[in-house]
Design a protein around this ligand. Structure first.
Ligand SMILES: NC(=O)c1ccc[n+]([C@@H]2O[C@H](COP(=O)([O-])OP(=O)(O)OC[C@H]3O[C@@H](n4cnc5c(N)ncnc54)[C@H](OP(=O)(O)O)[C@@H]3O)[C@@H](O)[C@H]2O)c1
Length: 372
């Protein structure tokens, strides 16, 4: 514990403010009512002095100091981290000892025991311990630091849809195929998609530099590290491990295949689930529509369903293609209705992973700790 508590308006740092997630964090801070708070923007020396629009004014990008003696650690209350896991690991100890609460978008601490991994709509109770400690410290005129991890973007989007169904009838197993956008790989991923698409349309040879496969008019297995023994890549493993932590369950069965597709922004996921208890499509729709942060777009008559463009820039996770999985019915030739009890269902989920999958979720965590 150190430093006196700050004024009533928490001081906020966005670290990695010029990146794909950081820029979105500034938009979300404004949208969640932090526009008049003291907000500082940090990035690498490459971006020093750049001006970033924020709440009708302009923030000057400061060079981030990751030394344990850095002054900012005594000048901010919350740091939203979006500069990669090595930066998060480097500053965590000194920043938290100085009383800063880190809300970290990287994977550095997600699976660290004792670090809450939080989606506010799903497991806000995992913040209770830190909130209690901060409140107790504030009563003694001091402040206490800590780390809260933001889950992986594909995991957040998946769990926004599966959690209400899990509460209704227990998801025993999920088979997930992702269609992941360029923005999930940050500014460089987006630049590569735009550049290679131009190269392709101009009839030039495609020369990937950030990804190993050509990104234009193509798709490929997720670019995270592959475990050659299991055949699962890190993105797929994260979906399993992080779900178990968020749901506080040691019996999560998820088989994921993560694919990068040539979409600029917003991840899509096709999901097949097996439930423990039979339920109906009608009840699933009800459970989903009463869960915050979800919008159902599921008009079979007009073939209108979620798309990445519909989700881009929005706060909601979109769900559609809801249907009974006939292959899991006792008679797979039967024609199910909305009231047919079943344990197998399919759905298609789309969410803007820069928002709900990253920046927005982080700002929602901030709002749970320090309402604007
Ligand atoms: N993209 C997503 O959908 C997504 C979703 C969930 C989590 N995340 C995580 O969020 C983090 C940021 O991802 P991103 O997609 O926003 O990446 P990005 O677009 O590449 O942005 C990286 C940011 O980090 C800054 N940075 C790099 N080195 C730095 C340094 N030494 N000191 C200070 N700042 C530094 C960059 O500043 P400059 O502009 O000056 O280089 C930039 O602002 C990563 O940990 C990523 O895994 C991303």
């Amino acid at each position: 514990m150190s430093n006196p508590p700050s004024s009533s308006r928490p001081r906020i740092a966005v670290i990695g403010a010029t990146g794909a997630v950081g820029r979105e964090m500034l938009l979300c801070l404004e949208q969640w009512g932090y526009g008049q708070h003291p907000v500082r923007a940090f990035a690498s020396p490459r971006s020093a002095g750049q001006q970033l629009p924020f709440a009708g004014r302009s923030l000057t990008v400061e060079v981030f100091d990751d030394a344990p003696t850095a002054k900012w650690m005594h000048q901010v209350d919350f740091a939203l981290l979006a500069a990669g896991s090595s930066i998060s690991k480097k500053i965590a100890s000194a920043a938290t000892s100085s009383g800063v609460i880190l809300i970290d978008n990287s994977s550095a601490f997600r699976m660290t025991p004792g670090v809450p991994l939080v989606v506010p709509e799903i497991n806000p109770d995992h913040l209770a311990d830190l909130i209690a400690k901060r409140t107790a410290a504030a009563k003694q005129g001091s402040r206490i630091g800590g780390i809260i991890a933001n889950p992986n973007c594909s995991t957040i989007i998946l769990l926004m849809a599966l959690t209400p169904i899990h509460k209704l009838a227990t998801v025993q197993r999920a088979v997930v195929s992702t269609y992941q956008a360029a923005s999930g790989a940050g500014a460089q991923g987006m630049d590569e998609l735009a550049l290679l698409t131009r190269q392709a349309l101009d009839g030039n040879p495609l020369t990937p530099s950030f990804f190993t496969e050509p990104y234009a008019f193509n798709l490929f297995s997720h670019n995270s590290q592959m475990d050659v023994q299991t055949g699962a890549n890190v993105e797929e493993q994260k979906m399993l491990d992080e779900t178990a932590k968020i749901w506080a369950s040691d019996d999560v069965r998820i088989s994921a295949t993560c694919i990068r597709v040539p979409v600029m922004r917003a991840h899509s996921e096709s999901v097949n689930i097996t439930l423990k208890s039979p339920t109906t499509l009608r009840d699933i729709r009800l459970a989903l529509s009463s869960f915050p942060g979800i919008k159902i777009i599921d008009d079979r008559a007009t073939n209108t369903f979620p798309t990445p463009l519909k989700a881009s820039g929005g706060n909601d996770v979109l769900i559609g293609r809801l249907r009974v999985d006939r292959s899991q019915l006792p008679d797979p030739c039967a024609t199910p209705t909305d009231d047919t009890p079943a344990t197998g269902f399919d759905l298609f989920i789309v969410g803007d992973q820069l928002r709900k999958g990253a920046a927005q979720n982080a700002v929602q965590i901030l709002a749970a700790l320090a309402p604007a």
